[in-house]
Design a protein around this ligand. Structure first.
Ligand code: F6P
Length: 546
């Protein structure tokens, strides 16, 4: 769909960028930060509540212009229009990827193939609103009549990471009547084993979030939950199913077959990718926590980023600029990994969320038309809360041998809880954290040049040269979180267009699911299907001896 006759590397802009990269030495970034007092003004960009600062990236005006020209030459403009208009941008599955439609205001019509998608979206949102309202009003009794006040989200991947990340980030926006919310994802049941003894089965509702409703991990946890409910309430599983489960999926038939009443089913659609689904009913736990009005604020924030992405010149377009600086590091400086470092404990789950968003989307090796892509695609994304990581892996970032691109994220306003006089010390902790944010990004980028005094001792020297992106939110709230997530979603899309890959499929996860299903019988005492290699046979035998 994009100019597929070319490969990413065959564009003249790509070759020009390679020459520009070869001309930069290891000292480039530190030297520029010492020399150029105007870097911040030139390389930082604002959109509403978000400031994207690329001044600690090894960029200059010529490089930035060439990167922008690469985006143009790759057909990004047309790609964006196709994405928003509902074209089948997911080529291998012939599907649209319309997560943007999930946050389009009710009055804005969006018809694709004669179907009014916006009407579908808002019907589902309204149904979700009614269900949340019943829970908040304690008007949803369990099978023994007690009102349900505890919610456990069972899902995995996109049906877990997004809602969990957002619920943690926005905990202080929880409405008073919100249920207690927990997340369970792990296939082995270890989370349920720890959690269930603390819960009251008479008062617990499970939200089964699964786009496909075939995911083994989720169904296994759901089956355990169903059994626990029946034992704990003394009612049959059939009776428990009527009151204690909400299902969210595109597979309505499978939800019904599993036993979830239609009234408690929320629909999503095949044009919503799993890792892009927290805006849909998959975000039920978020809405249950911050209320529908908070959830709508988050959608509105994301929508404002959609409009910015679609309508802003690339030179001021935050998702485009973020994508291009990442491409500069990975494709032209061969930096293979990027650390996501929130300087805010509320964003603790952001690295794991971005790991799926970026690595499942762009961890691809063939172009949309099936050719070997021929350049590096998604970097390895990892990370942790910055201040904690300072006491763990920053040693490697500062003095190790590997180059790592670093992304530091913070909210300028202190958390609302710091306004409580009894918690005044929190405001001081917030300032301490921001000071560390500033100090660390400076040292990562500049190395010894950021130190007050020079040392000749090799083990005390700081190499510097780690490219750093700083992302500052005016404050962390539903709207700004919506903007931040949509920023990353669109950044991933921009990169996919430049690499000419499909960011919306994930065939790489399928073989493992089939292989595990084939091996499972062997652990149940039956022959495994298909011949197994000697290593696997040996491990299987060791497991069976126990
Ligand atoms: O196996 C990968 C994956 O399909 C992800 O893309 C998805 O987010 C996750 O599993 C969960 O899938 P589902 O929502 O269908 O249970």
């Amino acid at each position: 769909m994009y100019r597929l006759k070319t490969t990413p590397k065959s564009l003249p802009e790509w070759r020009k960028l390679a020459r520009l990269a070869a001309a930069q030495n290891d000292r480039y970034l530190a030297d520029e930060l010492v020399r150029d007092r105007g870097r911040f003004a030139r390389f930082s960009h604002r959109f509403e509540h978000l400031l994207l600062d690329l001044s600690k990236q090894p960029l200059n005006v010529k490089i930035e212009q060439t990167l922008l020209a690469l985006a143009q030459a790759s057909g990004l403009k047309g790609g964006i229009e196709k994405l928003f208009s509902g074209a089948a941008v997911n080529g291998s599955e012939q599907r649209a990827a319309l997560h943007s439609a999930l946050r389009t205001p009710a009055k804005q019509a969006l018809r694709v193939d004669g179907v009014d998608l916006n009407a579908q979206v808002h019907r589902s949102l309204n149904k979700m609103a009614r269900m949340v309202k019943r829970l908040h009003g304690r008007q949803w009794p369990g099978c023994t009549g007690a009102p349900l006040d505890t919610l456990v989200n069972i899902g995995v991947g996109g049906s877990d990471l997004g809602p969990q990340m957002a619920c943690h980030a926005l905990a202080e926006f929880a409405v008073g009547s919100a249920p207690n919310i927990h997340f369970v994802s792990c296939m082995d049941g270890s989370e349920l084993a720890r959690l269930l003894p603390q819960l009251n089965p008479h008062r617990t509702i499970f939200v089964l979030a699964s786009k496909s409703f075939t995911t083994a991990d989720t169904l296994a946890n759901a089956t355990t939950a169903r059994q626990w409910l029946a034992q704990g309430t003394g009612r049959s599983q059939q009776v428990c199913l009527k009151r204690h489960f909400i299902g969210i999926s595109c597979n309505l038939a499978a939800m019904t077959e599993w036993g979830i009443p239609v009234a408690h089913q929320l629909e999503i659609w095949d044009w919503v990718g799993g890792r892009y689904s927290l805006w849909s009913a998959i975000g039920f736990a978020i809405a249950a926590q911050i209320g529908l009005s908070g959830f709508r604020d988050m959608l509105a924030g994301a929508h404002s980023m959609d409009e910015h992405f679609r309508g802003t010149d690339f030179a001021q377009n935050l998702p485009v600029l973020l994508a291009l600086s990442d491409i500069w590091n990975s494709n032209f400086h061969n930096i293979e990994s990027r650390a996501v470092l929130p300087y805010d404990g509320r964003l603790m789950h952001l690295p794991a969320y971005l790991q799926q968003l970026e690595m499942e989307s762009n961890g691809k090796g063939v172009t949309q038309d099936g050719k070997v892509v021929g350049c590096a695609t998604a970097p390895i994304v990892w990370g942790a809360v910055g201040p904690n990581a300072q006491h763990a892996f920053y040693q490697l970032l500062h003095q190790g041998t590997r180059r790592v691109a670093c992304e530091l994220i913070a909210a300028i306003d202190r958390p609302a809880s710091a306004d409580n006089p009894a918690m005044a010390e929190l405001a001081e902790q917030h300032r301490l954290t921001l000071a560390n944010f500033l100090a660390q990004s400076r040292i990562l980028a500049m190395g010894d040049a950021a130190a007050e005094e020079a040392t000749a001792l090799p083990h005390r020297r700081y190499r510097g040269g780690q490219p750093c992106t700083s992302l500052l939110l005016d404050s962390l709230n539903p709207r700004s979180l919506g903007q931040l997530i949509a920023l990353y979603e669109h950044k991933v899309f921009v990169q996919s267009v430049i690499w000419k890959i499909n960011p919306f499929d994930q065939w790489g996860v399928e073989l493992g699911k089939r292989a595990a299903a084939g091996i499972l019988p062997a652990l149940q005492g039956e022959p495994a299907s298909g011949g197994l290699d000697s290593s696997t046979v040996g491990l299987l035998a060791a497991m069976q001896r126990k």
